[in-house]
Design a protein around this ligand. Sequence first.
Ligand code: SF4
Length: 334
Amino acid sequence: MSTVTSTPLPQTSAPLLEVKNLTKYFSIQGGIFSTEVDRLHAVDGVSFSIAAGETLGMVGESGCGKSTTGRCILRLIEPSSGDVMFEGQSVTQMDKHALREVRRDMQIIFQDPFASLNPRMTVQAIIGEALTIHKLTNNPNDYQARIVQLLETVGLNADHMRRFPHEFSGGQRQRIGIARALAVSPKLIVCDEPVSALDVSIQAQVINLLEDLQAKMGLTYLFIAHDLSVVEHISTRVAVMYLGRVVEIAPSRNLYTQPRHPYTEALLSAVPIPDPKAKKQRIVLTGDVPSPVNRPTGCHFHPRCPRAMERCKVEEPLLKNVADQHQAACHLND
Ligand code: SF4
């Protein structure tokens, strides 16, 4: 296993965000009357909390529901059921006005910085839009000064203000996306695969920037990624998702050194290790992730699990405590 130097657990235990039994399904319509013929279960009973100042890494293959979870938290997608509590208030029950207010505190950074920035707007207009919407300044001098300050905070400068997104590299565009999120001084940022579209060398720079910003501003992150190597150093705790469910969640150190779910073990075996002489056996998972419309019976992971037993085909494992702050959903822990 690799050496873990993850962010220490924060002193405070008061959750900033609590996600309770969150579910999102998409209706599949069919027939001449366009009635519901099936459901795609994108998120299926997901629960977790994030303390202020903490980073929860959320990992899983494409289609496992991690991005849908992130968007449901901000209600960019309406959840089907369950609750999202932010500072003790139910986001899911909020009316439009309250939701707009709370969105100042909860921002999102998207995977593709080019697609998420309007190509017809200058950097000044992109970052300034949030200041205007939330009426954070109506003085033109303050407005300009705040934009310059935000650009400098993310490693850009005043010369970049009047340029358009296509004039920047991928890493710079992601910095613009981060400046836009920071414009409203949020408490929580959902980082939805923020480095997946970037070169490996640039990924580390953006992650370091996010870590610096967290230290300076006391930010809280839900950091979504598709592999464990990306979230290793930034996460306080890590949640592993498979087919819409959390199958393991633990403090980073425990998850990377003592995984308790075969899916986590497989993901970990794919994490490169810095020492070229050190040997690690790669666990290759056979087959693709099953369709979230026709999920396997019992443990949803059983058709791909190298350690599957007979009972796994029929008996669904529940997420339960396996160690301090460590939960996993696997019959091997019984
Ligand atoms: Fe594998 Fe069975 Fe554990 Fe599922 S419950 S992860 S199939 S061993």
